[in-house]
Design a protein around this ligand. Structure first.
Ligand code: HDE
Length: 758
């Protein structure tokens, strides 16, 4: 055989490519023959996929995200033969080309170079804000109730429009944890028949700043400190509080996310807001000012801070997982889209509230939210990068019937969202990416540029032309977007200043505070105390206390006490504002769809009862998770029960409520801790396993409903959880306990357990 190793390798390759170029049946010389293909694997090369028509809609896959049937061909790596990017077949992708098996790697290895080059460039820059997100596909069904105020085709009666939604945190990097205290993004792309409309909103109805020129400032202050790049995805640090205590127009947004909305229980349980005032235009040219609201069918619910912090370690993907699991399970999350409407008067104010100031809300009690359609998210993305990462939202993606106002924050966003895609997606052709393609015919005269994938025909991408028959023609004003409502601009001089009406920074935050229930107020005080407690600079704490004094003395005193500082007097008169009860999250009852019930079973637990409870939980549209001392299954034969969480993997934060089916295992300390004499604590058997004790005390402290039957109350007693406390149920059977738990879950938590009560 050939002595020269390079020649030997080349010979192998030549030998391997025989006849029609297909791999030889007996494999590569010197290697074992390949295994015969299993029935499930393709044995014949498939036809290449047909070319995708330019600007067609986003790809579709089955509701579970798994391609099926004919769609199987969409699984990129299921074709019969591996090729390189040029379609040339490869016989080996596991070994570099070397001069002998132990010799140096050869530069002439074309496949190695291409494979590693592509890998080297797999990442694109993360979003400068909102880097961490999760997306889902769905459909928007219009009620038609907005048809009198807008000519937007997708808001006409009974029109269904595909949508893609991306939820996000704002401050953290792409790999940061989900349940940090932060505002959440809620961005929706409507693929309407008249072009794409993006509603790029947040879960908080107001913003930090009134003018886009301050955006780099607020973001630089909130991001990690530039010297050490810490802390990640947190507002609890000096630069953030330095900025917001000096820049008091941020006060309203800040108190919102110090409130429970800063730590949502789930993306499925968040409201969404367009924040700015928009202008709708109807078929007659009449205009109406509006604010957009998304109302979740499941209600607005939050974590408690202690729970949120634990989740960040135990399951940093908590929100991402929750959304994907719910959709996978068929518990499709739904939101109603609603509008508050205001007459389009020259002043653009409503009841004295400046509608162009994005730090203001208009209380729902003054302008009710009128439902105009229903959104259902029913399909998970099939490729995170292609869809969730590459989706590009833009507040300027508007359709006929929806127009902007002169909100100065909105004006800056109109520039920023296009501009940022140039860096993030590498050029101006990002609308051609599948997830961004409109589902309306595109006939633009935009040409060339980085990553151009369209092969435009014709010779005259200009107007007027005669060479391409004068095409394309412009549409009439009745079917076009960007028809500016002829709003009168009062005579003015160029200035760099804000209007006088933007100067009140405290009365709206005061309204928010006064609208909260006692337990929500306690959470807000706790949040400010925590965040300021993490600051190093005394001056920043003191300055923030002054801001709080201008909102409310009780708030200021509570935080001052926690910080061990004196509470200052207000420097402005406290505004006499009426509360807006719609801002409170507590007090109603909501559906329990998708709630997670942990069912803890010991070795001698009531297995039949657990079977029945599992069924009942599923029937109620909730998710049962069976927790047992070890993995595997409980019982045997047809009645065996699969264990989903062992005592090692179960943690209370995963459950909305806990059921104890009999006494859990007698346990021992499993932390590896030792007693004073060096003996392992694990040797001392305790009345109930300490991990279950922790699970129960956490669930109790976090206000979660707990039920027990068949002796399960022994574990409660061992954990020091009073069986007569509110929301703790001891029943005769599993189904009786579940019935009561379900009732309790309707109000999300057992609020009476929190210190102030409510
Ligand atoms: Fe954004 N914002 N923003 N923002 N924003 C971005 O666009 C910006 C603002 C919001 O899931 C960026 O594509 C400026 C308000 C969401 O892809 C960037 C200003 C609201 C998302 C940008 C604001 C938002 C973004 C970063 C002040 C709520 C995530 C990547 C004038 C109404 C969208 C990108 C997604 C993302 C700029 C203020 C919501 C840099 C300059 C107010 C939900 O363009």
């Amino acid at each position: 055989s050939e002595a020269n190793p390079v020649k030997r390798a080349a010979k192998k390759i030549t030998e391997s490519l025989q006849g029609d170029g297909s791999a030889p049946a007996d494999g590569i010389p010197g290697r074992p023959a390949p295994e015969p293909p299993s029935a499930a694997e393709p044995t014949e090369p498939r036809e290449p996929l047909p070319a995708k028509p330019d600007q067609s809609g986003p790809d579709t896959v089955s509701p579970t995200g798994q391609p099926t049937g004919a769609d199987q061909a969409r699984v990129a790596q299921s074709g019969s033969y591996l090729t390189n990017a040029q379609g040339t077949r490869l016989y080996d992708t596991d070994h570099s080309l070397k001069a002998g098996p132990r010799g140096p790697v050869l530069l002439q290895d074309h496949h190695l170079r291409e494979k590693v080059m592509h890998f080297d460039h797999e990442r694109i820059p993360e979003r400068v804000v909102h880097a961490r997100g999760a997306g889902a596909h769905g459909v928007f069904q219009s009620y038609g109730t907005a048809a009198s105020v807008t000519k937007a085709g997708f808001l006409a009666p009974d029109v269904e429009t595909p949508v893609f939604v991306r939820f996000s945190t704002v401050v953290g990097s792409r790999g940061s944890a989900d349940t940090v205290r932060d505002t959440r993004g809620f961005a929706t792309k409507f693929y309407t028949s008249e072009g794409v409309f993006d509603l790029v909103g947040n879960n908080i109805p107001v913003f930090f700043i009134q003018d886009a020129i301050k955006f780099p400032d607020v973001v630089h202050a909130a991001k990690p400190h530039p010297d050490r790049e810490i802390p990640q995805a947190q507002s609890a640090h000096d630069t953030f509080w330095d900025f917001v205590s000096l820049h008091t127009e941020a006060t309203h947004h800040t108190i919102f996310f110090m409130g429970d909305r800063g730590i949502p229980r789930s993306y499925r349980m968040m409201e969404g807001f367009g924040v700015h005032t928009f202008r709708l235009v109807n078929a007659e040219g009449g205009t109406t000012l509006v604010k957009f609201h998304w109302k979740p069918k499941l209600g607005v619910h939050s974590l408690v801070w202690d729970e949120a912090q634990t989740i960040n370690g135990v399951d940093p993907d908590f929100h991402r997982r929750d959304l994907a699991d719910a959709i996978e399970a068929g518990a499709y999350p739904q939101w109603e889209l609603g509008i508050q409407t205001f007459p389009d008067t020259p002043e653009q104010t409503f009841e004295g509230i400046d509608l162009l100031d994005p730090t203001n809300i208009v209380p729902e009690e003054l302008a009710p939210v009128q439902p105009i359609g229903l959104m259902t998210l029913n399909r998970n993305p099939s490729n995170f990068f292609a869809e969730t990462e590459q989706v590009a939202f833009h507040v300027g993606h508007l359709v006929p019937g929806i127009d902007i106002t002169d909100d100065p924050l909105l004006a800056g966003r109109l520039f920023s969202y296009l501009d940022t895609q140039i860096t993030r997606l590498g050029g101006p052709n990002f609308p051609q990416l599948p997830i961004n393609r409109p589902q309306a015919p595109v006939n633009d005269m935009l040409r060339d540029g980085m990553h151009q994938t369209a092969v435009h025909r014709g010779v005259a991408p200009y107007r007027p032309n005669s060479l391409d028959g004068g095409c394309p023609f412009t549409a009439g004003a009745d079917t076009s977007a960007f028809i500016e409502a002829p709003v009168r601009i009062p005579e003015a001089s160029k200035v760099r200043e804000a209007p006088e009406s933007f100067a009140d920074h405290f009365s709206q935050p005061r309204r928010f505070w006064l609208s909260m229930s006692p337990v929500e107020r306690e959470h807000i005080i706790g949040a400010y105390t925590f965040e300021l407690g993490k600051c190093y600079e005394q001056a920043i704490r003191e300055r923030t206390l002054q801001v709080l004094a201008n909102i409310d003395p009780e708030l200021c005193a509570g935080v001052a006490e926690g910080l061990g500082l004196p509470a200052p007097e207000p420097t402005v008169p406290l505004a006499d504002v009426a509360p807006s009860p719609a801002l409170s999250q507590i007090g109603g009852t909501w559906p329990v769809d998708g709630r997670v019930i942990g069912i803890v079973v010991g070795p001698d637990g009531d297995l039949d009862g657990v079977h029945a409870v599992r069924e009942a939980v599923l029937e109620a549209g909730m998710v049962p998770l069976v927790v047992a001392p070890t993995g595997g299954s409980l019982g045997s034969g047809g009645s065996a029960l699969t264990v989903q969480r062992s005592y090692v993997t179960a943690r209370s934060i995963e459950f909305d409520a806990v059921l104890l089916a009999g006494a859990p295992a007698v346990g021992s300390d499993t932390t590896g801790a030792r007693d004073g004499k060096g003996a392992p604590l694990g040797a001392q058997r305790t009345a109930a396993d300490p991990r279950i004790g922790l699970l129960l005390t956490e669930a109790f402290r976090h206000g979660k409903a707990i039920g027990a039957w068949a002796g399960g109350e022994a574990a409660l007693e061992a954990a020091g959880v009073p069986t007569d406390a509110p929301g703790v149920v001891v029943a005769d059977s599993g189904s009786a306990a579940l019935e009561q738990l379900r009732e309790l879950l309707g109000s999300h938590r057992v609020w009476e357990r929190f210190t102030t009560g409510s």
